[in-house]
Design a protein around this ligand. Structure first.
Ligand code: NAD
Ligand code: WQD
Length: 344
């Protein structure tokens, strides 16, 4: 362990995955600093973090694309040892309508950080990437050696570009070390329901929509296609508990701080198990004792038929494994949904 608490900067730390990771880092003894421009999160998330950990991370409302503001922040909080860069825009559909918003926000924020890191002697970067880089893999489960497929959206393309930007930068400046984490489908909430996912408007993702439908906020959930080449005809994904995902970030930061790694390392973060849309809906109903009315509609454009992870590299090197069962995870999603309703 560490003699003093290493300082870690979490960009996008009031967002969904960021807030759960802040909790995991604080519980592991890190000194956590958060920057977020609150473009897709709420300042009250900090209350939830404090409720769980008994502490409040340092927070500043800063846009990560703002070089001057980030420079000032890193000067003020000298001694940051690692950055976990979550801050990005993530709505796939919106990225098709507004590609430049996505290229600016996602790529420029990363470039800004990479420019500032050597100036402030910050040597370690964990980057939020996505299984979207694999498209529809030829071999399942997909491992990190699988080819990167042409992105189906500007959002997906920003993840591919950012990975390349990091590889090129580390190659040119070996003082920077990096781990790229490719998340599969993060779902659920902290078991306390003090923090969770706050979708903006009508959710695009399956689990928040399922939970809202169970709560009566929507009449039915539309199941996008049951004519895929899968056992029940609906798409298959690897749904990973958000706290399990958060713990993987702690192990990644610890590895960067303790090991002299040369090239950027890439890890899949998933459970290794695929679940279909219908299996997920049925499991949600059973574990939570609620009804989720649904209707089968046509396929959603751009959907991948089936993808799940081979997470064995993360298990071997990071000594990390997803532990939560899908039942526990869907219970946490329902508990969080109920908490959101109480607050209204
Ligand atoms: P989120 O929207 O909940 O969190 C992102 C946070 O970043 C938000 O709080 C937002 O306000 C902030 N932010 C955005 N742009 C910013 C900027 N320029 N400056 C400062 N703050 C900014 O999203 P999330 O689901 O927590 O995703 C976190 C990261 O993980 C993103 O990079 C996303 O692309 C990636 N990712 C997410 C998923 C998923 O399914 N949720 C899957 C794979 C990868
Ligand atoms: C899961 C399954 C839908 C909603 C997206 C991004 C991806 C990644 C995670 C960041 C699919 C089906 C959904 C609904 C449905 N993010 N579905 N009815 O599509 O795997 O990935 O989020 O990198 O880039 O594309 O996740 O939760 O949207 O969908 O039937 O109302 O649920 O068709 O099969 P997806 P999702």
């Amino acid at each position: 362990m560490f003699t003093s608490s290493p300082k870690v900067l979490v960009t996008g730390g009031t967002g969904y995955i960021g807030s759960h990771t802040v909790v995991a880092l604080m519980e592991a003894g890190f000194d956590v600093y958060v920057v977020d421009n609150l473009s897709n999160s709420n300042i009250e998330v900090l209350n939830g973090i404090e409720q769980i950990t008994g502490k409040r991370p340092v927070f500043e409302n800063i846009d990560c694309t703002d070089y001057v503001a980030m420079d000032k922040f890193l000067t003020k909080h000298e001694g940051i040892k690692a950055v976990i860069h979550f801050a990005a825009s993530k709505a796939v559909g919106e990225s098709v309508e507004l590609p430049l918003k996505y290229y600016r926000n996602n790529v420029v924020s990363l470039v800004t950080l990479l420019e500032l890191m050597p100036i402030h002697k910050v040597e370690n970067l964990v980057f939020s990437s996505s299984c979207t880089v694999y498209g529809q893999p030829d071999v399942l489960p997909v491992d990190e050696k699988a080819p990167i497929k042409k992105a189906l959206s500007p959002y997906g393309n920003t993840k591919q570009i950012c990975e390349e930007v990091i590889v090129d930068t580390v190659h040119a400046n070996p003082a920077i070390k990096s781990i790229l984490l490719r998340y599969f489908n993060p779902i659920g909430a902290h078991s306390s329901a003090a923090i969770g996912e706050l979708p903006n408007g009508v959710p695009n993702n399956l689990v928040p929509f399922v939970a809202q439908t169970a709560a009566g906020l929507h009449k039915k959930i539309k199941v996008f296609g049951n004519d895929y080449n899968t056992p029940d005809g609906t798409c298959i994904r690897d749904y990973i508990n958000v706290m399990d995902l958060a713990y993987a970030h702690v192990t990644a930061v610890e590895r960067l701080l303790n090991k002299d790694i040369q090239e950027p390392e890439v890890y899949n973060l998933g459970t290794g198990k695929g679940l279909s849309v219908m299996e997920l809906i049925k499991t949600f109903e059973v574990v939570n004792g609620v009804k989720v009315p649904y209707e089968i509609v046509g396929r959603r454009e751009g959907d991948i038929e089936q993808v799940w992870a081979n997470p064995s590299l993360a298990q071997k090197v990071l000594k990390w494994k997803a532990k939560a069962t899908i039942e526990e995870t869907l219970e946490s999603a329902w508990k969080w949904q109920q908490r959101c309703m109480e607050r209204k």
